[in-house]
Design a protein around this ligand. Structure first.
Ligand SMILES: [Zn+2]
Length: 411
């Protein structure tokens, strides 16, 4: 059984479609554009299996990082039943990426034979054989192939970039051969990784060569961070996705802001991570950006008074945590201590239905764990709702309106 991607339309570069026939049960499906569920070792951060159930539109595919699992591979090898049962989620569909999108790994450790990943126990050097042996005990539904993506630093030579593409292709060939011989991995889809830094010819070579191999999909790697200008990133993305076959999904790592997500979707990217709402939660903030593209004068009037924290004239000394974006508000701020409204008007999440901004403010100030639980529920639901809105806008040919609204909120 092979995963199938059925496209229903492509509008202005945006791809609307549905992935079917994947996962152990083969009854799962996932609409694109969409996102993965960000997890730490299979669990949504701050949430239990039961509290996650309260969140609407949770993505079908959970992302786990190999860096967190690699230390466990001996335990898993003994256990023999794969990661899904091990984490108590036998029904879930699992995508195993190399690194956790939230933690930065040190650079400069990869070589022709091995890629380094960083787990709790420190650095682990992975050759293709070891990497595939670990995948064999994890038994993920999808997994990122071993690749040399260690060229984020910006100031890298063309020669180093060429090497990263060469290495990644040779890892891919070696891993595909090993997969062929592994009965445990016959159901798993290998995602080929496209490297090439900011060098167009290397990006194109990486895309064309990877597309020749029997991979299940493509990962656009190396677009995270600020080593490249936004213009370069977007131009490269458009040219690279143009080289890829239409019938396989394209994933991207490290892109989470709603405005950037929209811009990548326009350039043919299908699947994103969901570390962004996690980062927002970690800084004590709530996503409040508007993704309602239906003209609604009443709501527009509310929105005018209801700005986010960025760009607002400050009446207090605390400017909010580092990294805060214009898509969120910082509930630790004093101004929320008497705000008895929900985090977002009209939000149907458990937090907004039951609690106020003032309550979450209080929980944050008193460092109650419940603060992060409630914020995670709201932020996940808000973010997953944004992806639903993107798909609906595509269905209704309103994606330009949605994009305008999202971009107008980015500062
Ligand atoms: Zn909410």
């Amino acid at each position: 059984m092979k995963m199938k991607l059925s496209m229903s339309k492509i509008v202005g570069g945006c791809r609307l479609g549905i992935l079917t026939n994947f996962g152990k049960k083969e009854t799962q499906s996932m609409e694109i554009p969409g996102c993965l569920l960000y997890t730490k070792m299979g669990s949504a951060p701050h949430l239990t299996h039961d509290t996650l159930q309260m969140v609407q539109d949770v993505p079908v595919v959970a992302q786990l990082s190999l860096s967190a699992l690699a230390d466990l591979h001996e335990v898993l090898a003994e256990y023999k039943e794969g990661i899904r049962k091990f984490i108590g989620m036998p029904e879930s569909v699992v995508y195993c990426s190399l690194h956790d999108p939230v933690s930065c790994s040190p650079t400069g450790y990869n070589n022709n034979k091995a890629v380094s990943i960083w787990g709790c126990g420190g650095r682990m050097e992975l050759r293709a054989s070891k990497f595939m042996a670990i995948q064999q005990v994890i038994q993920p539904d999808w997994f990122q192939c071993l690749s040399d993506g260690d060229i984020l630093a910006g100031e890298v030579s063309k020669k180093r970039v060429r090497k990263s593409v060469d290495r990644s292709l040779s890892f891919l060939d070696e891993c595909l051969q090993l997969q062929d011989k592994s009965p445990e991995l016959q159901q798993s889809l290998m995602i080929g990784v496209i490297e090439g830094g900011n060098v167009l010819e290397e990006r194109l070579r990486s895309a064309r060569e990877t597309a020749k191999r029997p991979v299940g999909g493509f990962l656009l790697d190396g677009f995270q961070g600020s080593a490249m200008t936004k213009e370069t990133k977007l131009e490269l993305l458009a040219l690279v996705t143009a080289e890829l076959p239409e019938d396989k999904p394209r994933l991207i790592h490290g892109i989470g802001r709603p405005d950037e997500v929209m811009e990548c979707i326009e350039r043919g990217v299908d699947i994103f991570e969901s570390f962004f709402p996690y980062l927002v939660t970690e800084r004590g903030c709530a996503l409040t950006f508007n993704y309602d593209y239906h003209p609604n004068p009443e709501r527009a009037a509310i929105k005018e008074n209801e700005q986010t924290d960025v760009g607002r004239k400050e009446d207090e000394t605390f400017n909010g945590p580092q990294g805060i974006t214009s898509f969120e508000i910082c509930l630790e701020k004093k101004r929320y201590q008497d705000d008895f409204g929900p985090l977002v008007d009209g939000c149907f999440c458990y937090c907004c239905q039951n609690h106020s901004r003032a309550y979450v403010h209080h929980l944050l100030i008193t460092k109650e764990m419940l603060a992060k639980v409630l914020l995670m529920i709201h932020n996940f639901q808000h973010y997953f709702g944004f992806f639903c809105s993107v798909r609906n806008a595509l269905k209704e040919d309103m994606v330009d309106q949605l994009k305008k609204i999202i971009i107008s909120q980015s500062l």
